[in-house]
Design a protein around this ligand. Sequence first.
Ligand code: SF4
Length: 159
Amino acid sequence: MAKQGTFAKPHSTPILVSACLLGLATRYDGKAKRSQAVIDYLHRENLVPIPICPEQLAGMTTPREKTFFHSGDGRNVLAEDGHVISTTGQPMNDVFCRGAKMVLQVAHLTHCRCALLKERSPSCGVHQIYRGTERVQGVGVTTALLIKEGLDVMSEEDL
Ligand code: SF4
């Protein structure tokens, strides 16, 4: 018989983690990008990963079209002076902003104050993104919103 109100209360800290880094096949190409360094880090630091994929949360399919910045980066998209587009030229700002807001909602629900996100993604990039085919300094749209809201964000390449 199930007991009521007896869930264990672990003394560990929740952290948002890009789902693809944990081995979930959430990427645009239908694949994962599992990182053993990330898994080891979470264990070592006694962190509880909260898997998030802003693009799936926004309702995008998997697989889906690849996307990149046409101008600016995530901060510019939030300020409505940058653009994310798909490879066929579809404007993606609204979808990416929706995904970012949903991730922020998850952060509030789970009391996360930090995030470990996938470098160079147009949603999750922390230090770099792609503008066209060029790799440039900048943050993804979700990263920009989390930083704006005061969360600490790092990428798998910071470990
Ligand atoms: S949006 Fe983020 S979590 Fe989702 S597949 Fe891309 S990098 Fe991974």
